[in-house]
Ligand binder design. Structure first.
Ligand SMILES: Nc1ncnc2c1ncn2[C@@H]1O[C@H](COP(=O)(O)OP(=O)(O)OP(=O)(O)O)[C@@H](O)[C@H]1O
Ligand SMILES: [Mg+2]
Length: 287
């Protein structure tokens, strides 16, 4: 249940929240089974523009820590744009503009002086099309740790081993560490990309349709992997697959034409959504 409540907050926090928010919208608090969730990501009044064209409109959302949040909605509704805002991946697209606040771990990530390399270490990303580097399996996973200064071979070996274990790939590649990553299957390449993201110890993992190019068996592996990782990481996953969203996520946000129409616990979204547009979408009436 998403409720608006200031009651249990200390006066200092109340004051800060009162300053942060626009008068017309009270802050949202995510409450699950009567317990308040820790909101690791807070998005406030986000507008996003590609040149003159606006792609996101006044999106406000709190994403709970160590939960899986799914983002759904028809093609072109802004899911990828939104997820890329969370680790400033849109920065690399010319002529884009962000308004509003994105607070991650208490810090506004669009504040001048934000170290984007550190941000992306903390907020890792896996894309729809797996994109391993044309290097060995080992060097793909070791890439991030090396970039962040880890040189000791024994420690690198450990990180590579642990990351491949966590991404459920170790048993399949342990004898192929020096083979090219390009020789792995599509599903293996995608799990390698997960391992590469995990190797730098992120808190948050963003996944933009990570299984949409995979066969059912590889898709199941990715979903199982999300199930494994959920205890340790905050996961935000974009998916077109309703069953997948319902299977893997705790919370779901439904986007339509650049707006967040509804955000709630997944079981509520899929059984009794508040908005007709959400219902029409999840029942396949459009999209
Ligand atoms: N690099 C870009 N330059 C200009 N416009 C873009 C760019 N990327 C996305 N857009 C536009 O922004 C809007 C949202 O696109 P976005 O890719 O975020 O949607 P999406 O929900 O991820 O769609 P899909 O489900 O097809 O992946 C669309 O109108 C799209 O044309
Ligand atoms: Mg997309």
């Amino acid at each position: 249940m998403v409720t608006s409540s200031l009651q249990s907050r200390p006066a200092k926090v109340k004051k800060r929240m009162a300053q942060d928010r626009q008068p017309e919208e009270p802050p949202k608090t995510v409450v699950k089974d009567g317990k308040m969730e820790n909101e690791i990501i807070q998005v406030k009044h986000l507008n996003f523009y590609y040149g003159p064209s606006q792609a996101l409109f006044d999106v406000s959302m709190s994403i709970p820590e160590k939960r899986v949040t799914a983002l759904i909605g028809p093609s072109g509704c802004g899911k990828s744009t939104f997820i890329r805002v969370l680790n400033r991946m849109n920065d690399i697209i010319d002529n884009t503009r962000v308004e509003g606040k994105i607070i991650i771990n208490g810090k506004d990530i669009y504040q001048p002086g934000t170290d984007v390399v550190t941000l992306r270490k903390n907020v890792g990303m896996v894309f729809q099309k797996s994109n391993p580097f044309p290097k060995s399996v080992y060097d793909n996973v070791a890439y991030g740790p090396r970039l962040h200064g880890l040189k000791d071979r024994r420690k690198l070996d450990e990180v590579v081993h642990r990351s491949l274990e966590r991404s459920a790939l170790w048993s399949e590649v342990k004898d192929r560490l020096s083979d090219s990553a390009m020789d792995l299957s599509g599903g293996q390449q995608q799990r390698l990309c997960v391992a590469r993201a995990l190797a730098v110890n992120p808190n948050i993992l963003l996944m933009d349709e990570p299984a949409s190019a995979l066969d059912p068996r590889s898709t199941t592996k990715i979903e199982d992997l999300i199930g494994e990782l959920r205890a340790e990481y905050t996961i935000v996953i974009v998916t077109h697959n309703m069953q997948q969203a319902a299977r893997v996520s705790d919370y779901t946000g439904f986007f339509y034409e650049g707006r967040l129409i509804e955000f709630n616990e997944t079981r509520k979204i899929f059984t009794n959504p508040d908005h007709k547009q959400t219902e029409d979408y999840i029942t396949g009436r459009f999209g």
